[in-house]
Ligand binder design. Structure first.
Ligand SMILES: C[S@@+](CC[C@H](N)C(=O)[O-])C[C@H]1O[C@@H](n2cnc3c(N)ncnc32)[C@H](O)[C@@H]1O
Ligand SMILES: [Zn+2]
Length: 146
C-alpha cells in the first residue's frame, strides 16, 4: 500500500503527506535524483531560471542529488524546525527518508533542511531562507547552525 502522497501544503506549495500511520524508524522512501556536482547543478538550474537549490540534496562526498532531474516524491518534502523525518545516507551515497517519531495518517512529513550557504549570512540571505513552519520551536530559518 502507498505510504505517502503529494498535495498542497499550508506551509509552502506542495508537500508530502502520510496515507497511513508511520512508525519511528520506518524507512519511507529514497531521495532520488541525478547525482552530480554542486557546480553543474547550480549552472543547470540557473539556465532554467528555477530556484537554484530547491531540489538539491547534499551528500557527504560533496556531490548532490538533484531531485529536479529524475527525482521522486521526496523532492516535495518541506522543512520544519520540529521535523518528523530525517535523511539517512548509506555507505553507497544513497539517501533515505525515515520517520523519527510516530506520524499519524494525514500528517505532513518534514525534514530539517539545516541548509548551509557559503559566505556571510546577511539580512537578504536570512530573508531568502526564512522558515514559516509555525512551530513553537521555530528558529525562523531553514539554515542550520552557523
Ligand atoms: C524541496 S522544495 C519543497 C517543495 C515545495 N513546497 C514546493 O512546492 O516546491 C523546498 C522549497 O520549499 C519552500 N519551503 C519548504 N519548507 C519551508 C518552510 N518551512 N518555510 C518556508 N518555505 C519553505 C522553500 O521555498 C524551499 O526552497
Ligand atoms: Zn521553523
Amino acid at each position: 500500500m502507498k505510504r505517502v502522497t503529494v498535495r498542497r501544503s499550508s506551509i509552502h506549495g506542495k508537500g508530502v503527506f502520510a496515507l497511513r500511520a508511520l512508525n519511528p524508524g520506518e524507512r519511507i522512501f529514497e531521495y532520488k535524483g541525478l547525482v552530480t556536482t554542486w557546480k553543474e547543478a547550480s549552472r543547470h538550474h540557473e539556465r532554467r531560471e528555477q530556484e537554484a537549490h530547491t531540489f538539491l540534496f547534499g551528500r557527504s562526498d560533496g556531490r548532490v542529488i538533484d531531485g529536479g532531474r529524475g527525482g521522486n516524491s521526496a523532492r516535495w518534502l518541506n522543512h520544519s524546525c520540529a521535523a518528523n523525518c530525517e535523511a539517512i545516507e548509506e555507505g553507497d551515497g544513497r539517501v533515505y527518508i525515515e520517520a523519527t517519531r510516530d506520524i499519524a495518517r494525514g500528517e505532513e512529513l518534514f525534514i530539517d533542511y539545516a541548509l548551509e550557504v557559503g559566505g556571510e549570512t546577511d539580512q537578504a540571505t536570512l530573508a531568502e531562507y526564512a522558515c514559516r513552519c509555525g512551530g513553537r520551536q521555530c528558529r525562523g530559518t531553514m539554515l542550520g547552525s552557523p
